[in-house]
Write a protein that binds this ligand. Sequence first.
Ligand SMILES: [Zn+2]
Length: 50
Amino acid sequence: MRELIGFACDQCKRKNYTTTKNRKKTTEKLSLKKFCSSCRTHTLHREVKV
Ligand SMILES: [Zn+2]
């Protein structure tokens, strides 16, 4: 039971990445430093619903 989630840039709110996670194992909200093509730099990306 893996759930599809997206990662949106914290600066411009653009959805740049999608991944899956196991809701039973990973209950906390994920946030990652990833490259945003819109901001043209690495920004914090927060978990969002797809
Ligand atoms: Zn951005």
